[in-house]
Design a protein around this ligand. Sequence first.
Ligand code: IMP
Ligand code: MG
Length: 174
Amino acid sequence: MKVGRTLVSAEEIDTALARIGAQIDVEYEGKDLLMIGVLKGAFIVMADLARHVTVPVEFDFMAVSSYGAATQTSGVVRILKDLDQEIAGRDVLIVEDIIDSGLTLSYLLKSLRVRYPASLEVAALLVKEGIQRAQLDVKYTGFTIGPEFVVGYGLDYVGKLRNLPYIAVMEEDD
Ligand code: IMP
Ligand code: MG
């Protein structure tokens, strides 16, 4: 596999994050915003989106992994790193790199909802179209893409390429 054509340029990403940041500024004015990044993929989008937000905000991170291949379809994920703080009564915004089947996020939402946040919303840089198996309400979306495998800007191919400053499609070698 090799890095193929650019799907979303660095400039397009920045424009989308500026738009989402401006929406967050309006909608979280006077609230108690806590942005939660889902590691590892969301570390870059979290850092860049954060710099487009001007309302008071705190940050936390979670790391999750799917239970082995056999149970992956059930969407049961293991929490590898939980939040450092309580979220009861807080306005929580989950920040994701990409939503594919939506099963990971749907499990995450379920496990956070029982901690009684005042509100719980999702911001995702990318949403793959037409293959969501879980009913998800994503409040802030950067780009809707096709069912291609993409890398860069936090997204990896076997652990690598997260540092690519734009989003590219993986292609077969010639
Ligand atoms: P799902 O929404 O539960 O299917 O899983 C989403 C996770 O799968 C993301 O957080 C990524 O870690 C990974 N993923 C899904 N699609 C891609 C892709 O195109 N490139 C890189 N990672 C992906
Ligand atoms: Mg991820």
